[in-house]
Design a protein around this ligand. Structure first.
Ligand SMILES: N[C@@H](CCC(=O)N[C@@H](CS)C(=O)NCC(=O)O)C(=O)O
Length: 260
């Protein structure tokens, strides 16, 4: 039996739900409220010492890290392969997913917190917020979170995060000039990995990042037409987040535009 600890709007959980949907696999979910600190309880930290979602359990095998989880799913359940056979295309796929793991995902967390998610924390009683922050196992991440809650888009982390994503979206536009999908002619884990992030920019109304890039728009439209996008992402979109993301995103767009 497959069990997934996840969250409705988490980009890393979206990646894994999409891979499971592409494979047609059934799973049982444990939905965690990230703002309430559900990933920081002693019991959950035993499963995922980083205090984040997703965590996959396949019978007695506990696995963390969304990129590793998706490769595991493809290894353990080989029907409908999600990695190209061609070694070069497979290497390209890994370069795309590596980029997310080596900083782009953190930049996404910076942008999302600075614009919108800080507002879900800011009004908490200070002692409750202090307790949640103190439970975060990663000190650097905790300090970043504090800074973003306090300074929002005026955090010094924000411009780099926006520019890193603008550069990556440009790289995606270029790659899609020579192949149908990010890593070649086959839909792969690279396409699955990036679709939550395009979704995030749309939810934050940062459409200016994408609408100057026609191939990227076309790629995203093709992703969205797949059943796995509906099952892995759209069916989980939450009204607890969407109006806030839209309102705050529109508010800061003029500042974001200046950084591009
Ligand atoms: N590298 C990890 C990153 C996981 C991660 O950052 N998850 C976020 C949601 S996308 C999380 O659980 N954050 C907890 C929080 O915001 O407190 C992965 O790919 O699984």
């Amino acid at each position: 039996m497959l069990e997934l600890y996840h969250n409705d709007m988490s980009s890393c959980a979206q990646k894994v739900r999409t891979a499971l949907a592409e494979k047609g696999l059934e799973w049982t979910g444990h939905h965690l409220d990230l703002r309430a600190g559900d990933t920081l309880t002693p019991d959950y930290l035993k499963l995922n010492p980083n205090g984040v979602v997703p965590t996959l359990i396949d019978n007695d095998f506990v696995l963390i890290e969304s990129t590793v989880i998706n490769e595991y799913i493809d290894d353990a359940y080989p029907d409908h392969p999600l990695r190209p056979d061609d070694p070069r295309a497979r290497a390209k796929m890994r370069l795309w997913t590596k980029k997310l793991d080596e900083g782009l995902h953190t930049h996404t967390a910076t942008i999302s917190a600075a614009i919108a998610f800080r507002h879900q924390q800011i009004d908490r009683p200070p002692e409750e917020l202090a307790r949640i922050l103190a439970a975060m196992p990663d000190v650097a991440k905790r300090e970043r979170r504090k800074d973003l809650i306090e300074n929002g888009v005026h955090s010094q982390l924000f411009p780099d995060a926006i520019r890193a994503w603008d550069k990556t979206l440009g790289d995606m536009e270029d790659a899609l000039g020579s192949s149908t999908w990010l890593a070649g002619e086959e839909f792969s884990l690279a396409d699955i990995a990036y679709s939550p992030y395009l979704t995030r920019w749309e939810h934050l109304q940062l459409v200016g990042l994408v609408d100057k890039r026609p191939r990227l728009q076309d790629w995203f439209a093709r992703i969205r037409s797949r059943d796995s996008y509906r099952i892995g992402l759209a069916d989980w979109f939450s009204d607890k987040y969407l109006p806030l993301m839209e309102e705050k995103g529109l508010e800061v767009w003029p500042e974001v535009k200046k950084l591009l």
